[in-house]
Design a binder for this molecule. Structure first.
Ligand code: NAI
Length: 644
């Protein structure tokens, strides 16, 4: 047989064969055309001389398989190219699923997309129980569908409810959950994984059968299940913006999970999906995210202890998040009474997130109330999140500087004060950087890392490494009013509120923004942020001389501050805005709303708040949720200008 570059076959005397995936010249395994061709050559070889069992595993420490080769995939320009790509994997995995000898995927570390589909085409799956093991079909996040058999086999293996949840959200499961759902036949610790794989592959055991009800749902009841799921999807994604989840449902329910079986003139066909600009833009978002993940990577800073000062809305949640991510956190405020609510909030967040009492206890043990602030002495990173008051912050940093380790990162979470002014309280002002989180901390993926006039580049690198360490995306920004994210949001929200002043219903304003693809309407966003904060942000960030919106001031003067007081532009019932039916949305409203947003993004690039247009797009998408399928504000401007 031909020499394989990316795979290695190892046959045992007893008849078991091991097929190691070891992509040449790369640290992770991706399924390029060549790697797939070689897999089929390996299957040729096993056809000639069938093993008693075949275990497919990875030779990379990084993980099992990261999925298809995205570079290759982005080069595809025609619908025919997209079809050929789908056909290649569909056929190959059907072949793998049909072999007569037992097959097993040994999954350790990441197992994504085409990797998960390969595992599904095997008779058995063993998942290795360690933190890095994550199994997902994330295609939908790139605007595509799991066309290599995922839509056929995942529902057969774990039942349609769980399978649709994974395929429509792209969410990953860990090894334990994989076992619970029935994706993995076994979940084992690393030291016994080879033995477990060997024994199961040779066991002769019948593959696990789906319970009766699940079989019904994956058979005669498909239409009903799909209709329910479609309603769910509709609350999150509009078909004109995100065709892929709708295509997945249709392909599963009506075409046996075969993407190629959908007639080309249907809106859920491969052709329609590959023509949609959404796919290209979502792939762009993927690359933007990879770029943000790269910040801080070149630093060997490995922070273990975070000290947070100010246990309010932000400080409390920053502390909880970092403790959840494995850091030891000391949390300081003026008294223990002020720290207690933050710890309580953390306890319920940990319970929801971790679901395991021991893990919850460990996380809570890492979060230490520290009213006297002694923790600052040992901390690797100190984040200040006290009231927005310059003198208080200056004094605090002067005190802190005297006791911290010489190489500890000193950071402020300030939204509106000048970093340079706060740094004036320090003996060595170059130590101060900004680490600016967004509210709610647990949900927002972005953190702006702010470079002040005097900030030391090393401190910035360390700040970004810290952000990476707690699994957030760091965006380097220059010190400027509103940095990037608030600088683009503020004028957009002001414009929205001005529309309300002119008599347009808040519901219509919000609907226009939603139809454009924003995750939340600007009026509801203002209510959520708090109208008092909206007034303050407006003063700082709106165009010079612009009058604040009238209705906004009226509401604030009457004590209606938005969601937190139960009333703002909307009235809230159990945290939900009571919206009237949307009437006619005035023509051109979305463009009017988005114009100041785009202008501000452009200004931030011109003024060097971010280093380039790509980073503006990345920051705005991950910091505001700006319509990901449009690829970011700068990308949107560019595409609009290119239109004939
Ligand atoms: P908050 O009012 O909820 O909490 C501030 C806390 O700091 C209070 O618990 C207070 O007791 C404590 N504090 C005040 N002076 C102190 C001192 N000298 N020593 C120890 N503790 C002290 O405020 P919030 O909203 O959490 O804001 C904190 C910082 O975060 C501000 O700089 C704000 O600009 C920034 N920020 C706020 C966001 C938000 O949405 N609320 C978003 C991003 C940044």
């Amino acid at each position: 047989m031909q020499e394989l570059k990316h795979w290695r076959i190892e046959r045992e005397p007893g008849g078991l064969a091991w097929l190691h995936f070891d992509k040449a010249g790369e640290s992770t395994n991706t399924l390029s055309a060549q790697a797939m061709l070689e897999l089929s050559q390996a299957l040729d070889e096993f056809e000639r001389e069938p093993p008693k069992g075949l275990v497919i595993l990875s030779a990379k420490s990084a993980g099992f398989i990261a999925g298809a080769d995205i570079e290759e995939f982005t080069k595809i320009e025609s619908a025919e190219g997209a079809r050929a790509l789908v056909q290649r994997g569909w056929d190959l995995y059907n072949r793998l699923a049909a072999v007569t000898y037992p097959t097993l995927a040994l999954i350790r570390g990441h197992c994504m997309g085409g990797g998960t589909e390969l595992a599904l085409a095997c008779r058995y799956r063993v998942a290795v129980d360690e933190p890095g093991t994550r199994i997902a079909l994330p295609e939908v996040m790139l605007g595509i569908v799991p066309g290599w058999g995922g839509m056929l086999r995942l529902p057969q293996v774990i039942g349609p409810a769980a399978a649709l949840d994974m395929m429509l959200t792209g969410r990953a499961i860990d090894a334990k959950r994989a076992k619970r759902l029935g994706f993995a036949d076994e979940c084992v610790p690393p030291r016994v994984m080879m033995n477990a794989a060997r024994m199961l592959a040779l066991s002769g055991q019948a593959p696990r059968a789906l319970p009766f009800l699940q079989r019904l749902m994956n058979g005669p009841l498909k239409g009903f299940v799909a209709a329910q799921a479609k309603k769910q999807v509709a609350t999150r994604a509009r078909p004109e913006h995100y065709p892929a989840p709708y295509a997945i449902l249709d392909m599963w329910a009506r075409y046996g999970g075969n993407a190629l079986a959908v007639p080309t003139d249907k809106p859920t066909s491969m052709d329609a999906i590959s023509r949609s600009p959404t796919t290209k833009n979502l792939v762009r978002v993927y690359y933007l995210q990879e770029r943000l993940k790269g910040f801080g990577k070149d630093s060997d800073f490995a922070p273990k202890h975070l000290h947070v000062i100010g246990a309010g809305v932000m400080g409390g949640d920053i502390a909880a998040w970092a403790a959840l991510r494995g850091l030891t956190v000391t949390l300081q405020d003026q008294s223990i009474e002020r720290i207690a609510p933050a710890i309580q909030r953390a306890a319920s967040a940990f319970k929801k997130k971790l679901r395991d009492d021991t893990q919850v206890r460990f996380a809570l043990d890492r979060l230490i109330p520290d009213p006297s602030g002694q923790g600052a002495r040992q901390a690797d990173v100190v984040i200040e999140a006290i009231f927005e008051n310059l003198e208080a912050k200056q004094k605090l940093f002067a005190d802190i500087e005297a006791i911290v380790k010489p190489d500890a990162v000193l950071a402020s979470n300030t939204s509106s004060l000048k970093l340079e002014d706060i740094a004036a309280g320090l003996k060595n002002p170059s130590r101060l950087i900004g680490i600016h989180f967004f509210n709610p901390v647990a949900k927002m993926p972005l953190v702006e890392v702010v470079e002040g006039r005097d900030s030391d580049p090393q401190a910035l690198k360390r700040g970004m490494a810290f952000v990476r360490k707690i699994d957030k995306l760091a965006l380097p920004v220059k010190s400027a009013p509103g940095f990037l994210v608030n600088a683009v949001l503020a004028p957009y929200m002001q414009e929205a509120m001005r529309c309300v002043d002119e008599g347009i219903a808040p519901e219509a304003v919000d609907e226009a923004a939603l139809a454009f693809g924003m995750p939340l309407g600007p009026i509801e966003l203002a209510d959520t942020v708090g109208l008092d904060i909206a007034v303050a942000a407006g003063k700082q960030l709106a165009d010079a001389g612009a009058e604040p919106p009238k209705k906004l001031l009226e509401l604030v003067n009457a004590g209606h501050l938005g969601r937190k007081t139960g009333r703002g532009f909307y009235t809230y019932n159990q945290g939900k805005p009571q919206k009237a039916a949307v009437g006619q949305v005035p023509a051109g409203l979305a463009e009017r709303l988005i114009k100041p947003f785009l202008a501000a993004a452009q200004r931030c690039v011109e003024q060097g708040v971010v280093a380039d247009a790509e980073l503006a797009d990345a920051g705005v998408i991950f910091g505001t949720g700006f319509a990901p399928f449009r690829g970011g504000p700068m990308n949107y401007l560019k595409e609009r200008n290119e239109q004939p």
